[in-house]
Design a binder for this molecule. Structure first.
Ligand code: NDP
Ligand SMILES: O=C(O)[C@@H](O)[C@@H]1OC[C@H](O)[C@H]1O
Length: 479
């Protein structure tokens, strides 16, 4: 069984921690690898390596930094199948989706390399004679990236690519649930001669290693993708040094289906936005509001489609729609939420239990719930699993109000063929992203940003890259 060492200052090194974390294949519950629980010393060593490497890395012309990002994309593509299989095994992502994640990650490095000649400052007219006001975009210094388990490889790239192209150096902490694919990548990048210390990978528990990375005065920005709880802990750790944070946290995406919607399109988009990676995606549809005149027909068709969703072993299956949840704790959480909803009066139209064809693993059937209320837990709290509560609404304003009645503000969607409905909704929904007549999934050139408890700042596109830059203003007087 493989044990992944820490990757610090261009070398794999043992942690002084004596205990390890076992990584399971969720479909088989078999231990497939181990990582160190990590220590504060590991975190400090990685940060010191990144700090030492940063000035020379910043001094490199951006186009030379971009060349390293292209090399990262190349090594990913050279090992795309192995990486996809590694990803599928460590988190039960169906192999087809795992391959998409690997391939999109390679594209992400190439895309961000494209900023090399487009990191732009400004020269502003002064009110004074013989003076120029320069706005320079400069790197922050050392960036820390703390990753989730659900799209670990892509989310790692979201942090690494933007950090490195802008002249920062980086320390990544993978999730303790899914570190393997990231650590295999660390092995591959040894071959691209990246200067030591520019990119470091430190495994270990978030409450120790993640906390040490977040509270260190060396850290210039912390980019966390994960739960609201972890985000709150990172903010309090960052408070010590007023360190910049960029947080991608939980979501509770509403999908609004108007009477004039293309029903087949809405049904397919919502089902795919629910079963992708077994619903363990922050932008997934987490609740559906259907206009009352089409409610019965829509719910009937939605139930039929969800009952046809296929569930198999992520790696050996015939690329089914979904597979096991990532862990026993996720399975327990989702089971508890559905049982509690049933106690509150919810009706289970399909699913609501573990499938009986598996004797191991953390599988849960795709589930539709009705007869739920707006204040119920299943409507207000993130499930992060294949469970979809459905409610009806009268007017579009009512649907918008129901959608906005939420502590989260990450993604949302509306399905309508009426331009005015669409414009009214997209101007009134309080979410960082709104999808119109399509599935819930963002683009790498967009801006994945959470409002409210869904986060601070964002990732992707020009603005995601700029998260890793300071603006330095120079008032240049001359005579
Ligand atoms: N907005 C988005 O794009 C995404 C949001 N999420 C949200 O994350 C949750 C599930 O993902 P999950 O990985 O379990 O989230 P967690 O919050 O449990 O973990 C996310 C990362 O934070 C680390 N961490 C935990 N506690 C701390 C701490 N005190 N200080 C620093 N780092 C810490 C974890 O380390 P360790 O694993 O070792 O504990 C992990 O690497 C869901 O709520 C989901 O909505 C997930 C993915 C994307
Ligand atoms: O991590 C998440 O859940 C989301 O950010 C997810 O990760 C990769 C996809 O692009 C996003 O939907």
């Amino acid at each position: 069984m493989k044990h992944y060492k820490q990757y610090i200052n261009g070398q794999f090194v043992d942690s002084k921690a004596t205990s390890v974390i076992e990584i399971l294949n969720p479909c088989t519950e078999v231990v497939i690898s181990t990582i160190s629980t990590g220590t504060v010393e590991d975190a400090d060593n990685a940060l010191e390596a990144a700090q030492a490497a940063q000035p020379a890395w910043e001094a490199l012309p951006a186009i030379q930094r971009a060349a390293f990002l292209h090399k990262m994309a190349d090594v990913i593509r050279e090992n795309r199948v192995f990486l996809a299989e590694t990803l599928s095994k460590e988190q039960a992502k169906v192999i087809g989706l795992a391959q998409v994640e690997i391939d999109v990650t390679a594209d992400y490095f190439d895309y961000n390399a494209g900023w090399a000649r487009r990191i732009e400052g400004e020269i502003i007219q002064s009110d004074r004679e013989k003076e120029h006001i320069y706005l320079h975009k400069v790197p922050i210094g050392v960036a820390v990236g703390i990753c989730p388990w659900n799209f670990p490889f892509f989310v790692m790239a979201r942090k690494v690519a933007a950090s490195l192209i802008t002249g920062n150096t980086c320390v990544i902490k993978p999730s303790s649930e899914a570190p393997n694919t990231i650590m295999e990548f660390a092995d591959f990048i040894q071959k691209i001669n990246l200067p030591a210390g520019v990119l470091n990978f430190v495994c270990g528990a978030g409450r120790t290693v993640g906390n040490a990375l977040s509270k260190s005065p060396i850290t210039g920005i912390i980019s966390l993708t994960g739960s609201v709880g972890a985000g709150q802990k990172v903010i309090s750790a960052a408070a010590e040094n007023i360190t910049k944070v960029s947080l991608e946290l939980g979501g509770k995406a509403p999908a609004i289906v108007c009477a004039d919607a293309n029903m087949e399109l809405a049904l397919n988009a919502i089902v795919s936005s629910k079963v992708i990676f077994s619903g363990q995606v922050c932008n997934c549809a987490e609740r559906v509001y259907v206009q009352d005149s089409i409610y019965d027909e829509f719910v009937d068709k939605l139930t039929k489609k969800m009952s046809k969703v296929t569930i198999e072993d992520a790696l050996t299956g015939t690329n089914a729609d979904m597979s096991s949840l990532v862990s026993q704790s996720q399975l327990d959480k989702i089971t508890e939420m559905v049982e509690f909803a049933k106690k509150e009066g919810a009706e289970v139209l399909v699913g609501g239990k573990q499938p009986n064809q598996f004797d191991r693993g953390y599988f849960y059937e795709p589930t539709i719930l009705t007869n739920v209320s707006q204040q119920s837990e299943i409507i207000q709290e993130e499930v992060f699993g294949p469970v979809l509560p459905v409610m009806k609404f009268g007017t579009l304003d009512e649907a918008i109000a129901l959608s906005n009645d939420c502590q989260f503000g990450l993604t949302s969607s509306i399905f309508s063929e009426n331009y005015n409905n669409i414009m009214h909704a997209t101007n009134s929904l309080h979410f960082g992203e709104t999808y119109v007549n399509r599935e819930h999934f963002e683009a790498i050139q967009g801006f994945h940003a959470g409002w409210k408890k869904s986060g601070v700042g964002g990732a992707d596109g020009k603005h995601g890259m700029e998260e890793y830059l300071h603006t330095r203003v120079v008032y240049a007087k001359y005579y």
